[in-house]
Design a protein around this ligand. Structure first.
Ligand code: SAH
Ligand code: SF4
Ligand code: F3S
Length: 447
């Protein structure tokens, strides 16, 4: 029997790649005749798109699955699926411990969704596919994007870097780049659908390469697409940053003056054990080079504390790098051992309370740095893209700087997606506050 108005519900955990993948899956489900519901009790398909990056990420998913299993019991014909990195990583575990999960798909198996839905109409039973592909880049699938000003466009999948702490090369498989044409096509579609900002995504965006060229060529081609007001990319690897990329960034107004540059650790010994392929000095030199090409460039980072064998002295070197660079923002994590990775086998794991202590100090330091970086903008005019109404007041907008920091300002005649000049007047926490400077006042100010 055909269902009337079948509905799907997708919940996404983890990184922006997963957000983009969920949008791909949503696009496919819509093609199969499903529409989205925000009420999971109404859903005929529930997909959890999961993350395996740290133990806590997996625990969150376990709890979530347990807390909604009753929905499946109440409606046995519903399809209850686990997608993404944890599906890839823990399929046997999930099959054993969560019998109510009936579909398990790894990140390279989403094309099979229509077929799986059809099979399920004929018979019940588990569907598991966690084969990784050397080729799958989901060319020519139309994502159904979340509303907003920003569209995520994935340009490559997988990772070949094998940092010793990281599960991603195992959950997402080998690195592969999508063709220039299909990326540019998707960017044009996104612009036609009203998106003004494009974020290019990949585990290592800047190791992107095809016969047509490397990442800087692609970035430049995206910058030339009419209607693209802003471009960001996530995440580059320090090893693959080159002058050509910085040159392209400095030449195009619409490429944000912003680099997310994951440091991970400050001490050479730890960087080496992490297989990060750069030294502390090389990282610091790279920051200098970025600032030479793009003097007002915002830089954010990722840092791990308590990697196996990290001594107090090693940890102090991480703080030292932070003090030298003064990152605009940092995402900071306690090392979490991932079974199957090389670092999980190291015997000198750091105690949990030491990790906790190191993380707390790191967060404190970064808070002062973020505030310092934002306060430095006070009295300056920044380009801010209007994104949405401020949560605090309907008379104010909330927007973002090129450096991805939030700015709150009073509404004038501008609209969402406009880029306006804001004179920064205050900085608190991670936000800045300011006022619109109109063009004629700008001329006055420059004079
Ligand atoms: N591909 C990106 C990010 C991958 S995951 C990159 O290379 O930058 C995002 C961040 O999670 C990493 O930068 C790292 O800081 C953190 N991370 C990855 N594995 C981790 C682990 N086992 N424990 C703690 N943090 C981890
Ligand atoms: Fe993980 Fe390293 Fe690859 Fe980033 S570059 S996804 S941290 S293995
Ligand atoms: Fe998590 Fe997979 Fe992203 S492990 S961080 S969802 S690539």
């Amino acid at each position: 029997m055909e269902m009337l108005n079948p509905q799907y519900f997708i919940e996404t955990f983890g990184c922006q790649m997963n957000v983009a993948d969920s949008e791909l899956v949503a696009g496919m489900l819509q093609k199969c005749g499903y529409s989205e519901t925000r009420d999971m009790t109404q859903a005929d398909i529930i997909f959890m798109n999961t993350c395996a990056i740290r133990e806590k990420a997996e625990e969150t998913v376990h709890h979530r699955l347990d807390s909604i299993q009753h929905l499946k019991k109440r409606k046995p014909e519903m399809i209850f699926g686990v997608l993404g990195c944890m599906a890839q990583n823990l399929k046997n575990d999930l099959l054993e411990s969560k019998p109510y999960v009936d579909v398990i798909l790894g990140p390279d198996s989403y094309r099979r969704i229509p077929e799986i839905i059809n099979n399920r109409k004929k018979q019940n039973g588990h569907e598991v596919d966690t084969r990784l592909s050397k080729y799958e880049v989901y060319d020519n699938l139309m994502p159904s994007r979340q509303e907003g000003v920003n569209a995520f466009v994935s340009i490559s999948r997988g990772c070949d870097k094998f940092c010793t702490f990281c599960i991603v090369p195992f959950t997402r498989g080998r690195e592969r780049s999508r063709s220039n044409d299909s990326i540019i096509g998707e960017v044009k579609d996104a612009v036609n659908n009203g998106f003004a900002e494009i974020t290019l995504l990949g585990q290592n965006v800047n190791s992107y390469r095809t016969e047509e060229g490397k990442f800087p060529h692609l970035l430049e081609a995206v910058a030339m697409v009419p209607g693209v007001k802003r471009i960001r990319y996530m995440s580059p690897h320090p090893q693959d940053m080159d002058d050509h990329l910085l040159q392209v960034m400095s030449e195009h107004e619409n490429i944000c003056n912003y680099v997310h540059l994951p440091l991970q650790a400050g001490a050479d010994r730890i960087l080496q054990r992490m297989n990060r392929t750069y030294s502390k000095t090389e990282f610091l030199n790279l920051v200098d080079t970025i600032r030479k090409y793009i003097p007002n460039c915002s830089i954010s980072t990722d840092i791990i504390v308590g990697f196996p064998g990290e001594t107090n002295a090693d940890y102090e070197e991480t703080l030292e790098v932070m003090n030298k660079v003064v990152f605009d923002r940092a995402f900071m994590f306690k090392y979490s051992s991932r079974p199957g990775t090389k670092a999980a086998e190291y015997t000198d794991q750091v105690d949990e309370d030491i990790k906790q202590e190191r993380l707390a100090r790191l967060i404190d330091l970064q808070q002062t740095h973020t505030l310092e970086a934002n306060q430095r903008h006070i009295g300056k005019v920044l380009k801010v893209m209007v994104e949405k109404e401020s949560k605090k007041s309907p008379l104010q907008w909330s927007g973002r700087t090129e450096g991805n920091m939030g700015v709150i300002f009073d509404k004038n005649e501008e609209q969402i997606k406009d880029i306006v000049n804001i004179l920064i007047q205050d900085a608190q926490g991670v936000s800045m506050f300011g006022n619109r400077v109109l063009e004629k006042e700008m001329i006055h100010e420059i004079n």
